[in-house]
Design a binder for this molecule. Structure first.
Ligand code: C2O
Ligand code: CU
Length: 490
């Protein structure tokens, strides 16, 4: 299977329309530097279909030894032998066909996180498809309806399989999104735990306490690399689309105190941009940000993961960690320029007749055997009954987190809109598929179920929490229903 290395600098350099060191960026001079992102490439999936509106790719899940830093190798579980898996790119309205083959020694599937797929393509065993057994294949085939950054990962033993390396990015571009920043980078953040021989840390390390915390790997990976370097000209505006594919770790980004201007999230461009000096990306979430790293030519800075309290053990005895280096070239800094104003008109679902759905997340005390389980409305997923919705129905979900841990809750197949306690959209409006519900707080969102029936999952995207009980389903329309999702379905 051939994959070709692809510098994510994007369209611009790929079509060769412009030179390397000096190309125009909206009339401004020379933002990028040749080879600026050479250290952060993502291997791109090869599109085998000549039809420009069809993206057809071959993806094989297999074991491979991957070098994450000079001399440091991990025996990872991979898609096509790389970490992360192949970067798949399409345009809004394209059809994506993926021929998937499982060469692992246990069953798996692919779930297309955030994509509005038909249920048959959602990758949940027992609900949308059978597990893909070792040696077997499955073809995923659907239309990319919405522009944004998405990702794909297994939905069988997810905490283990994602933690071992099975994840990849899917970018659906809207050529008319009007953002117009040429220096684009897709950044896949993850982590992995392994020892000196490259052996992966066991998926149940730490026992029940590990599950309750949500296991983090000691190596922080940026596009599959430990501490890569981005070479930029000071003052050049860049667009970073970031996805957090770690199974439990949150990334709270610091760009040496410089600002992030967030223009979009899980479901594409948001109503208006927001500027802040740190950027939280919880598990499963995506952010679309504009940044203008600035520094003395020839100097460098380090992008860091700051401490963020998502529960006991996430800040205690821990330090800020380095993620990647930004090296400024010797070219003179570009003059400061105003960022383009990025807006999008979003029509929110009406909360007026929304059916209320109340969800309470708890962590009861350990049982006599020292086991712990998370509950949704008093039961772990293996005892849960599905929620129900009619086609076309709008629901108001209220998620009350009574536990001492944050839970980034993800709904399959549908975007939702976060709202306040009066059911009014939180401004600026944005479409989400994963929303963090911090410990001891309540989050609310409106979701309008459309014409796609099926039994759709929702769960915490700290995958250890999901497998520890925090999963459920919502049955949309009148479809055959699985009463309890079975234990290996995580
Ligand atoms: Cu990315 Cu069921 O999740
Ligand atoms: Cu959780």
């Amino acid at each position: 299977m051939s994959i070709r290395l692809f510098a994510v600098l994007s369209v611009v350099l790929c079509v060769g329309a412009r030179g390397d060191a000096t190309f125009a960026q909206h009339g401004a001079a020379s933002p990028a530097t040749s080879g600026w992102n050479a250290d952060l490439p993502l291997a791109e999936a090869e599109d085998t279909n000549p039809d420009p509106r069809i993206v057809e790719v071959n993806i094989t899940a297999k074991f491979a030894s991957v070098e994450v830093a000079p001399g440091k190798r991990v025996n990872a579980w991979t898609y096509n032998g790389g970490l992360p898996g192949p970067f798949i790119r399409g345009k809004i309205g394209d059809r994506l066909i993926e021929h998937f083959k499982n060469e692992l020694d246990q069953p798996t599937t692919i779930h297309w996180h955030g994509v509005r797929v038909p249920i048959e393509m959602d990758g949940v065993p027992g609900i949308s498809q059978p597990e893909v057994q070792p040696g077997e294949s499955f073809t995923y085939d659907f239309v990319l309806r919405d522009a944004s950054l998405y990702w794909y990962h297994p939905h069988v033993f997810s905490a283990a399989q994602v933690g071992f390396g099975l994840y990849g990015a899917l970018l659906v571009e809207d050529p008319d999104d009007g953002v117009g920043i040429d220096d684009e980078l897709t950044i896949v953040l993850s982590d992995v735990g392994f020892d000196r021989t490259g052996k992966l840390e066991s998926a149940d390390s730490g026992g029940p306490a590990g599950m309750v915390f949500g296991r983090e790997g000691a190596y922080l990976l940026v596009n599959g690399k430990v501490m890569p370097t981005l070479r930029v000209r000071s003052g050049a505006v860049q667009r970073w689309r970031i996805v957090n594919t770690a199974k439990s770790r949150f990334f709270f980004l610091d760009l040496d105190g410089q600002t992030f201007t967030k223009i979009g999230s899980d479901g594409g461009i948001q109503e208006e941009s927001v500027t802040s000096d740190a950027m939280l990306v919880t598990t499963g979430e995506r952010v679309d940000v504009l940044v203008t790293p600035t520094g003395k030519p020839g100097s460098s800075l380090v992008v860091k993961a700051m401490l963020y309290n998502r529960g006991y053990g996430s800040v205690e005895y821990r330090a800020v960690e380095d993620l990647f280096t930004i090296e400024f070239t010797s070219e003179p800094a570009l003059p400061k320029r105003a960022l383009p104003k990025i807006t999008r008109t979003i029509t929110p679902p009406s909360g007026a007749n929304a059916t209320p759905i109340d969800i309470v997340l708890t962590l009861p005390p350990q049982d006599a055997n020292g086991q712990s389980e998370f509950h949704i409305n008093g039961v772990p997923y293996w005892k849960a009954k599905p929620f129900r919705a009619n086609l076309g129905e709008t629901q108001l979900w209220t998620i009350k987190n009574e536990s001492d841990w944050d839970h980034p809750m993800h709904l399959h197949g549908y975007f939702f809109m976060p709202v306040d306690d009066k059911s009014q959209p939180i401004r600026p409006m944005q479409w989400k598929d994963t929303v963090n519900v911090p410990m001891k707080t309540t989050a609310r969102f409106l979701v309008a179920f459309d014409e796609r029936p099926g039994q759709w999952m929702f769960h915490c995207h700290i995958l250890d929490h999901a497998e520890g009980g925090l999963m459920g389903t919502v049955v949309v329309g009148d479809v055959p229903t699985v009463e309890h999702i079975h234990k290996t379905g995580g």
